[in-house]
Write a protein of this length. Sequence first.
Length: 238
Amino acid sequence: MTIYNQKIPMTFRMATHTPLEILQQNSLTSLVQREIERRIVGGELAPGTKLNEAELAGDLRVSRGPVREAFRALEQAGLVRTEKNRGVFVRQVSREEASDIFEVRAALEREIGALAAKRATREHIERLRAIVKRMQAAGRKRDPDAYFPLNIEFHEVLAEAAGNRALAAHYRRVVNELNLYRREAITRNVDVIPVSTEEHAAIVEAVAKGDAARAERLLYEHVINSRSRLHQKDKEAA
C-alpha cells in the first residue's frame, strides 16, 4: 500500500501555513500513521525493527515531515520507541510488561462486554458471528496469520458495540501495546487458536442474549486465560 493512492496532495509548503494546507498536512500525517501502524500490528515490521524515516517516506511517496510526525504519534500510542542517537524502533514488549497490560485489558474488556450486551445492534451480532466463523476456519488450519487480524477485528467490533468512545480509545491504546507481544506469542503457540475461538463464540452468544453479567465475566476470563495460555507455552518452549 502506498499513500500516493489516497488522493491527497503530495506536496505541502509549510511556509504558507494556510488553514487548508495545515488540514492537508494533518490528514496526510494521519494516513501515514495508520499505514505504519498497520504494518506493525500486522507483523510486517517486527518488534525491535529500526524504522528508517527516509525509506518509509520514499516507500509511501510522501515527504519526511509526515513520517516524522507519525513516529511521534506512534510513540505516544506505545508502538514505537525513540532512542537518542540511535533512531526509532518498533517497541518490544517483555512477558513481564505484557502480564501487566493483560490485567488492564481484562478490566477494560469486562466493561466493554457489559455495555455491548446492552447496546449491540443486530448488525453488530451478525458481524461478530461472521468473524467467529472465519476464526474457526483459521483454527482448523492452525493459521496464525489468518487468525490474528480476525481476533483484532472481533474485539474492535465489540468495542464499537459498547458505544463508548472514551472507553474504546483507552482500549485501543492498551491492545496496540499488547499486540506487539501477542502476535509473536500466538505464532509460536498455534494450539491456543481453537480454544480462544470457542471463547469468542461464547462471548457473542452472551452479548446476543443481552446477558451483561455473563458477557462481562466471559470477556474478563478470556483475557486472563489468554495470558495464562501464552505464558504457559512460553515456559514450555524455554
